[in-house]
Design a protein around this ligand. Sequence first.
Ligand code: HEC
Length: 444
Amino acid sequence: MSFTRRSLLLTGAAALLAPGDYAADMITLSPSPKDLEMPVEGFIDEITPVEHFFVRSHTMIPEVKLPSWKLEVAGLVGSPLTLTLDDLKKLPRAELVSVLECAGNGRGLYQPHMAGAQWRFGSVGNARWTGVRLKDVLAKASVKPTATQVLMSGADDPLAAMPKFQRTLEVAKAMHPDTLLAWEMNGQPLTPEHGFPLRLIAPGWASDSWVKWLTRLELLDHDFDGFWMKTAYRHPNKHIAPGASVDAKDLVPVTDLNVKSVIAHPGEWALPGVVTVQGVAWSNASPVTKVDVSADGGKTWSTAKLTSTPTKYGFRKWSFAWKAAAGQYTLMSRAANAAGQVQPMEPEWNPSGYLNNATQPMPVVISATKPAPAAVAVATDTQPEPDGYKTACFICHDDHMMQQQHLTRAQWDKEVTKMTGWGAPLKDEQRNGLLDYLAGHYKP
Ligand code: HEC
């Protein structure tokens, strides 16, 4: 497996991109490919500002230039199209507010752990998206009745032998009036991180379907078997025991989000008295109807007040006035939707760690004085880096990717196989030393 000149150039190009104006408190899971998480304090906003909005990148962010950018509509259509952004802007404008949540949000909170970006709370945000209905674009192209899927491709290029990020939407979802092609987020052109100039908006669905930097839509009459449809972003269609493996035939694509809520305030400490517990809740196509709050780790619950005007797919703010005496407490919030779905106490474990919507314990100290922060233990590392670690593993990303994992040796073995498959130039004789090192450092 070799590095093409193109992939190396791309790495260079991404480094040249402006860093973007992110809030200083964003949590960096990986600087490049760029994965940034919003801290829980961000859940105080109903509309998430772009500078606080999580970023999820599978590869380097492409620097797309207008006016050379075009959107092609091809495959099973009567009239193939090549559209500029101005062509799209001539179609009826459509706008909606919707939550965008990474399928892996909450992966870092699953036990046992699995490989992948260790998102905890904040790979989710809520924005106003502006563009056109996908169905209007498809109507212009005269989709043939045999078409069943829309294959979406973007301007991002995979690194080395990594498979290109491509996803399909079933025609029924593509034709839904709320499925958009958007060029604006919160009234501004999309930033490169969010898919400039055009991304798909699939309200109610996890963000793996919200393809960025769109350049091509291809109508197909069969399921697409690319890696990101056939292998990644699938979860079991039935309950399985935590840690158990699942037969590939029992895995289905991730689509709808789960009903969920997060506590933004008061954080880890508050003064005794009436404490305003507040945050947001969200759901799929079925709206949030109720949020309950517990101050005793889920033994008893009280109903919170829904404080914002509902939007079909957006965050719903809630608030609860909690009379708190000095002590240590465990706050929890639990949302329910109109379809009768309720956040569970235990998450539905699945091998890739998707759609974790379990209620989460948030410890809080109520006292007249702020407790001193706990001392942070500094690890002293005596194990030397093994041969080949940097040369094989630091080409496409740095060790942020490794540090956030908590994996067994067997899990690291699978991860190294995935990465050598994508082009990591690891020699056979270096493999055992590397596995010992990774499993010794980044273990459950
Ligand atoms: C060809 C480029 C490339 C090389 C070389 C590479 N990686 Fe990766 N790695 C990636 C990309 C791209 C991602 C992010 C994938 C995503 O976001 O879905 C990633 C993600 C990861 C993750 C996060 C979990 C996951 O699967 O997404 C771990 C852990 C990891 N790499 C470890 C390694 C190790 C260990 C090596 C050396 C053996 C290595 N990588 C070499 C491209 C590479």
